[in-house]
Design a binder for this molecule. Structure first.
Ligand code: DGL
Length: 275
């Protein structure tokens, strides 16, 4: 287990874009005093349509950039990168803990609907790897899982079109595609860090009987548990610092990222970096 000389080091968090800010926000709510550094690889978004080899390379480069900032823990706030690269990054980073978002998301769904039928909305790469199906059946062998690739939902979230007619009809189409034959979902897993922005429209179309879950809250709990177990929680009580890095489009990052964080960001809040 890691021991910490300096608990004020930041937690490093990365995603392909701004979607992982939903996870960052949950970590900030859970652990407000922690210092956080977030990297959005906006130059190469989306990861979800790329090959596993490219995604693994991008994830390793994002991790290397965060390591320059001396992080005490890494959170892969991207389902696609978690599905592809969690194990290799855990090996590479040892003894620094590395947490992905797929297993926490799977656990949230299993807790919400034990033995249930789970519909996973995710990127093509996450679906291709069957990441959620494997994680759910490990924890709940009776559960049934269907995984549906929803690439357009990433674009909707990035564009900030998270409600209204266009969001409504695209979500309806994906849910109709997923739910034919025998499959009727008890839970919908937002298996992409962008999708919590579309939670309202997804919940409304899915109906009250369907639990809509994401991995942000459960990932934040895993971060807390891991740091608590290893004595790594920051010692002070003040508000932690937040540093935002992006690989392209600082202005867009500030505009859309502000919506994800629920607070206004300016271009000065975002530092552009090369990987
Ligand atoms: N944030 C990514 C995820 O959670 C989706 C966006 C992308 O394809 O890069 O899978």
């Amino acid at each position: 287990m890691t021991t910490y000389d300096n608990t004020s080091l930041p937690i490093g968090i990365f995603d392909s874009g701004v979607g992982g800010l939903t996870v960052l926000q949950a970590i900030r709510d859970e652990l407000p005093s922690e210092n956080l550094i977030y990297l959005g690889d906006t130059a190469r978004l989306p990861y979800g349509t790329k090959s596993p080899a490219s995604i693994a390379r991008y994830a390793a480069q994002a991790t290397a950039k965060l390591l320059e900032h001396d992080i005490k823990m890494l959170v892969i706030a991207c389902n696609t990168a978690s599905a592809v690269a969690l194990e290799s990054l855990q090996e590479q980073m040892h003894p620094v803990p590395v947490i992905g978002v797929v297993v926490p998301g799977a656990l949230a769904a299993v807790a919400a609907r034990p033995g249930g039928a789970h519909l996973v909305l995710a990127t093509e790469a996450t679906v291709r790897l069957g990441a959620y199906g494997k994680a759910i059946s490990r924890h709940d062998p009776k559960a049934r899982v269907k995984e549906q690739a929803c690439e357009l939902l990433v674009a909707l979230a990035e564009e900030g079109w998270t409600n209204g007619d266009i969001a409504d009809s695209i979500v309806r189409r994906y849910l109709a595609d997923a739910e034919h034959g025998e499959f009727k979902a008890d839970s919908i897993i937002l298996g992409c860090t962008h999708f919590p922005l579309l939670r309202d429209v997804i919940s409304e179309i899915a109906g009250d009987d369907v639990a809509v879950v994401d991995s942000a809250g459960t990932t934040a709990s895993v971060v807390r548990e891991t740091l608590t177990a290893s004595g790594g929680l920051v010692a002070c009580n003040g508000r932690g610092k937040l540093k935002l890095l992006a690989t392209d489009g600082a202005m867009r990052f500030a505009r859309v990222g502000g919506q994800f964080l629920g607070e206004a960001l300016t271009v000065e809040d975002v530092q552009l970096v090369d990987l």
